[in-house]
Design a protein around this ligand. Sequence first.
Ligand SMILES: Nc1ncnc2c1ncn2[C@@H]1O[C@H](COP(=O)(O)OP(=O)(O)OP(=O)(O)O)[C@@H](O)[C@H]1O
Ligand SMILES: [Mg+2]
Length: 145
Amino acid sequence: MKKIFYLQEILDFGKTFLSNCIAKELLNKNKTVLYQTAPNMLDNIISYRFGDNNLKDFYNNLLDVDLLIIDDLGTESMNSLKYTELFNVLNPRLLNQNNKVTKTIISTNLSLKNILDTYDERIFSRIAGNYNICRFFGEDIRLKK
Ligand SMILES: Nc1ncnc2c1ncn2[C@@H]1O[C@H](COP(=O)(O)OP(=O)(O)OP(=O)(O)O)[C@@H](O)[C@H]1O
Ligand SMILES: [Mg+2]
């Protein structure tokens, strides 16, 4: 069983909702969970890199929490600095440093092909090779409300 999930949608339905349900279950088991949208996470990391020391704990938590949820990957404005920083979060979390198992959920509206086109090869290969891909089908429940 792979330990990472990547939630990709075909039609709009339930990725954030399901991520939050998983977060709640883990928090109930006293696991640590951090939820971030990709744009927010990457902006915070860049601010930290440019000297905002208030974000040091935040950055350490990104690498250390039992579950990191990165929501809405692909909605951020990307540049090469952000590619590097995204990689610097995803890769150490895959390696389970210090014998600590860290799991990551990425949710996105991008297909794997879009991921390859949008990000660099190293990010694509880690997502394609290491993540369980859950495709979401169905009608958008928002339109039914
Ligand atoms: N299993 C569910 N039961 C009840 N309501 C749900 C369920 N899944 C999703 N919803 C509701 O459907 C709406 C859309 O879900 P959600 O926000 O999780 O979609 P999403 O895939 O994250 O969409 P987006 O790509 O726009 O971020 C929300 O109002 C959410 O509360
Ligand atoms: Mg969402």
